[in-house]
Design a protein around this ligand. Structure first.
Ligand SMILES: Cc1cc2nc3c(=O)[nH]c(=O)nc-3n(C[C@H](O)[C@H](O)[C@H](O)COP(=O)(O)OP(=O)(O)OC[C@H]3O[C@@H](n4cnc5c(N)ncnc54)[C@H](O)[C@@H]3O)c2cc1C
Length: 409
């Protein structure tokens, strides 16, 4: 007999949103590879995968994600922009209503003007002088609790940042069961049921259910699919980013990162403080302190040109990607020069939005189904790089799948 109606593998952006939708109607088990972390200690969930291990360090792209209940949403900067809704609509998935719902659930709105820090204001003013109009970033942050510490991506010690823990906890209150430290490895279809094989605390486990939803994120979902007999394409994107910055001879207070942005066709610019800039300046014998540093992130819409293997990731920047980064860095440099930075340095390339590894139209259809008839719903199904924060759309996709399931019952 089946132990559950639905097993959901992964409790991140999409998985938690599906769980919250269907848990009052179905027996749901959420399997999560990570453990339950308090938001204030979310940095413990950081997971860094390095691509191209055989390349020299200049070809390498570090890809960031989190293994914890709530997934990578624990590490976000709280940016909540709508992305890819037109692209998804063309593929037969309309998430307009679900985007509205997520915005309401998390009270997403642009940061109030009185909370914008001096780095952000300088970015907005100088960009304007140069002819570029900035937008204020919509944030998933409770501004009444936020203390402007600028450390959203380490978790949040003031409980101001909103994450998928909210949906996980709602799902549990509706009856869902959560098993932590459980790594799902493979799905086997046997007649009318599925067996999920995995390991928990190094012990082999098998659990059966009527249906399975894979939401393990773009770096792990393809591994589960490949183990289960579904070969995934070479389509990995990560929204490659670099931060350039330097030292000024005046000082700033702490502030929320990425509080404004300028969208371009295939990249975006946003003010961003990176600790790495201090270290790189140090290597150049320039001493600096946190309060003297100003930085700008260039995040590009990179080519889908990477692959997740069994124990390696292949991802590097194409010639077009390098051109996109250069275009962004050229404008960011002009802004920094006008702000008073003499020596500009750059961080290494990294990516925090992996996706595209089980894309819609190739690995899954517009009902989120694979050829083995189980579902996939997370960043792996995005067809191409958004070049912008994808979280809002990923949560909306989770809600959409949940509604499809409820409507079909
Ligand atoms: C530092 C940082 C800052 C970011 N800031 C923003 C931002 O401000 N705004 C924004 O829109 N996006 C941001 N992102 C990106 C965003 O967090 C991700 O795009 C999003 O969380 C991906 O959702 P997902 O559901 O695909 O995967 P995830 O949220 O990563 O969830 C996948 C879950 O599956 C679990 N899992 C993996 N493998 C298994 C397995 N085999 N068995 C069981 N469980 C498994 C993982 O532990 C994880 O909990 C940021 C990312 C990083 C790294």
């Amino acid at each position: 007999m089946n132990e559950y109606d639905y097993i959901i593998i992964g409790s991140g952006a999409s998985g938690a949103a599906v769980a919250e939708k269907i848990s009052s109607e179905y027996d749901v088990l959420i399997l999560e590879k990570g453990s339950y972390l308090k938001l204030s200690e979310a940095h413990k969930g950081y997971f860094k995968s390095s691509s191209c291990k055989d390349f020299d360090k200049h070809g390498k792209v570090d890809i960031l994600s989190a293994n914890a209940v709530g997934g990578t949403t624990l590490l976000t900067i709280g940016n909540g922009i709508r992305t890819q809704e037109k692209k998804l609509e063309n593929l037969g998935i309309d998430i307009e209503k679900e985007l509205d719902e997520v915005e309401k659930d998390f009270d997403i709105s642009p940061i109030p003007k009185n909370m914008l820090g001096e780095r952000t204001k300088l970015f907005i003013d100088i960009s304007k002088e140069l002819g570029f109009e900035s937008k204020i970033m919509p944030k998933m942050i409770d501004v009444k609790k936020c203390k402007n510490c600028g450390k959203c991506n380490m978790g949040c010690q003031f409980q101001a940042k909103k994450t998928s823990l909210y949906y996980v906890e709602k799902a549990i209150s509706k009856g869902a069961e959560l098993k932590t430290n459980f790594e799902a490895l493979k799905i086997i279809k046997r007649g009318n049921e599925y067996i999920v094989e995995g390991k928990q605390d190094e012990n082999h486990k098998s659990i059966s259910s009527k249906k399975v939803i894979v939401s393990a994120g773009a770096l792990d979902t393809p591994k589960i699919l490949n183990n289960s007999g579904i070969i995934t394409p070479k389509n990995l994107f990560v929204d490659v980013y670099v931060t350039i910055g330097g030292k000024v001879n005046y000082s700033f207070k702490e502030e929320i990162n990425m509080a404004a942005y300028i969208p371009f066709k295939d990249f975006m610019l946003s003010p961003y403080y990176s600790e790495r800039i201090i270290k790189i300046l140090g290597e150049e014998k320039i001493e600096s302190k946190r309060e003297n540093i100003i930085g700008i992130m260039t995040k590009i819409k990179d080519d889908s040109f990477g692959f997740v293997g069994k124990d390696y990731i292949e991802k590097y920047c194409t010639g077009k990607d390098v051109q996109r980064i250069s275009n962004g860095v050229a404008i960011a440099s002009q802004i920094l020069k006008k702000a008073g930075v003499d020596k500009i340095v750059s961080t290494e390339a990294a990516g925090a939005h992996p996706g595209g590894t089980a894309p819609l139209g190739i690995t899954v259809d517009n009902q989120f189904k694979t050829k083995m008839d189980f579902y996939v719903c997370d960043a792996s199904i995005l067809p191409e790089s958004p070049g912008a924060p994808p979280l809002l759309s990923l949560m909306a996709l989770g809600k959409k799948l949940g509604e499809n399931i409820l409507n079909s019952s």
